[in-house]
Design a protein around this ligand. Structure first.
Ligand SMILES: Nc1ncnc2c1ncn2[C@@H]1O[C@H](COP(=O)(O)OP(=O)(O)OP(=O)(O)O)[C@@H](O)[C@H]1O
Ligand SMILES: [Mg+2]
Length: 402
C-alpha cells in the first residue's frame, strides 16, 4: 500500500483527476448556451429594443429566486445589444452595477458615472454630496445626449441602503428623465426576493415595474440538463454516475430550483470524489458535498456575527431550549462577565428572530395557559456547542465564557 499523500500526488501528476476544467464549475463562468430561458430572454430583449431606435425603453423589473438565471440572461441580452451598437454611432450606454458590491449610495452612483465615462477628476469617489454626484451623472447624460440603460442587479441591497440613509436615490432615478433635456435613462432592476416590492415607495414600484418578467424556479429535469452540459465540459468522460447527477438535480430542485446551488454541489462532490481517489463521482459523494456546503454556510454565518449576536449565540448555547426571557437574562449575565454594555430586551428579541431566519436556531411558540405564550429557542441540529466554541475561541472577548 503506498502512502496516501503519494497516491494523491501521483494522481495529480498523471492527470488522473476527474475534473478536467475547474473554471467551468465556478459561478462566474458564463456558459456558451443558456438553456430553458428563451422566453425570458425574449421578453428582456423585447423590452429593451426601443433603445436601438434611439427611443427610451420602459423600465423593467426582473424577479426570481436566487440561481434562476436572471443575471446570466440580462447580461447576455445586454452584450448582444452592445455588439449591435458598436457597429453604429448611436450614443447609447449600457451600464451594469451589482448593488451588493456597493456600501454607500454615492459609491453606487459613482460606479454608474464611471461607466458613463466620467473620470476620477470629474467625479471623485469621496468629498461630494450625494446630490452633487447625482447632478454630475445627469449632466453627463444630458451633454452626451446619451440613451442609457442602468441595470441594477441585486437591487434589494440598494433598497436597503436607501432605507438606511433616508435618501431616495431610487425614486430620484425613476424621475430623472424629467430633469433631462436630452438623452434618457432606462432602469432594469433585478431582484431575488419576491417581497422586494414591499420595501419600496409605491411610486418607485409603479415606475420601475413598467414591465416585469418573472424567472420561475428550475425543475429537477431542467437542472439536470444544465448540469449535464457542465459535466460534459468540466469532467472527464463517464466520470459522473447517473445516480450522482440525479441526486444533485433533485437536491437543488427540492430546496429552491437554484442552478447555482446545483453547480456548487456538483463541484464539491467532484472534489470529494477526487480526494477519495474514486474513479467516479457517486451519490454518496453528493451526500457528503451537501453536508459540507451546509456546514460551511453555517460557519460563515457564525463568523459574520457581531459581538452581541455572538453573545446571544453563546447565551442560547448555555441555556438551550429556554424562553426568550431566560435567554435574555443569560445574555445579560454574559455581558457582565465580558464587561460589555447590554442591549435592550427588545433588541435581543429581534436578534433572536434574525438568527432564526439564518437557520442557526429554531424557535417554538409554547402556550402557557392563562399566562399566554412564550417562545423557546434551541440550537439547530448541526450547531453543536463544540462548533460554536471552535469558531469563537479566537474571539478574545468571548474566551472566558465559552
Ligand atoms: N439556464 C441556465 N443554463 C446554464 N447555466 C445556468 C442557467 N441558469 C443559471 N445558470 C448558472 O447558475 C448560476 C446562477 O445563475 P445567475 O447568476 O444568473 O442567477 P441569478 O438568478 O442572477 O441569481 P441571484 O438572484 O442569486 O443573483 C450561474 O453560474 C449560471 O451560469
Ligand atoms: Mg444574479
Amino acid at each position: 500500500m503506498t502512502d496516501p499523500v503519494d497516491r494523491l500526488l501521483d494522481a495529480a501528476e498523471s492527470g488522473k483527476s476527474l475534473i478536467k476544467n475547474r473554471d467551468i464549475l465556478q459561478t462566474t463562468y458564463v456558459p456558451a448556451t443558456i438553456q430553458h430561458r428563451d422566453e425570458e430572454a425574449k421578453i428582456v430583449a423585447q423590452s429593451l429594443l426601443p433603445i436601438l431606435k434611439q427611443s427610451r425603453p420602459s423600465n423593467l423589473l426582473v424577479y426570481g429566486k436566487p440561481g434562476t438565471g436572471k443575471t446570466l440572461v440580462v447580461k447576455k441580452v445586454l452584450s448582444k445589444i452592445q455588439e449591435r451598437v458598436k457597429k453604429s454611432n448611436f450614443p447609447i450606454k449600457l451600464v451594469y452595477s451589482n448593488s451588493i458590491e456597493e456600501t454607500s449610495l454615492s459609491g453606487f452612483l459613482v460606479s454608474l458615472g464611471r461607466q458613463l465615462g466620467l473620470t476620477a477628476k470629474e467625479l471623485p469617489i469621496t468629498g461630494l454630496a450625494l446630490d452633487e454626484v447625482f447632478k454630475r451623472v445627469l449632466n453627463k447624460i444630458d451633454e452626451g445626449k446619451l440613451n442609457t440603460i442602468f441595470v441594477i442587479d441585486e437591487i434589494d441591497n440598494l433598497a436597503d441602503l436607501v432605507a438606511k440613509s433616508g435618501k431616495d436615490v431610487l425614486y430620484q432615478l425613476t424621475r430623472a428623465n424629467e430633469r433631462l433635456k436630452q438623452g434618457s435613462i432606462t432602469l432594469v432592476g433585478i431582484s431575488n426576493t419576491l417581497t422586494f416590492k414591499e420595501k419600496l415607495d409605491p411610486r418607485v414600484i409603479s415606475s420601475l415595474g413598467e414591465e416585469e418578467v418573472v424567472f420561475t424556479n428550475y425543475n429537477p429535469n431542467q437542472i439536470k440538463k444544465i448540469l449535464e452540459e457542465r459535466i460534459n465540459e468540466a469532467f472527464i468522460d463517464n466520470s459522473v454516475e447517473e445516480g450522482a447527477l440525479n441526486l444533485c438535480a433533485a437536491k437543488a430542485a427540492s430546496v429552491s430550483g437554484d442552478a447555482r446551488r446545483a453547480i456548487a454541489l456538483l463541484r464539491v462532490a467532484g472534489e470529494i470524489a477526487e480526494r477519495q481517489q474514486s474513479d467516479k463521482v457517486k451519490p454518496k459523494h453528493v451526500e457528503e458535498a451537501a453536508k459540507k456546503i451546509e456546514e460551511d454556510k453555517e460557519d460563515t454565518t457564525l463568523k459574520s456575527y457581531t459581538l452581541h449576536e455572538r453573545l446571544v449565540m453563546v447565551a442560547i448555547m448555555k441555556a438551550n431550549g429556554s424562553s426568550t426571557g431566560e435567554i435574555y437574562s443569560t445574555y445579560k449575565n454574559l455581558c457582565k462577565i465580558t464587561r460589555q454594555e447590554e442591549l435592550t430586551n427588545r433588541r435581543i428579541t429581534q436578534m433572536l428572530s434574525e438568527i432564526e431566519l439564518d437557520g442557526l436556531i429554531t424557535g417554538k411558540i409554547i402556550r402557557q395557559g392563562i399566562h399566554g405564550r412564550t417562545k423557546k429557542h434551541t440550537l439547530g441540529t448541526s450547531i453543536t456547542p463544540k462548533k460554536i466554541k471552535k469558531i469563537y475561541e479566537k474571539d478574545l472577548i468571548l474566551q472566558d465564557i465559552l
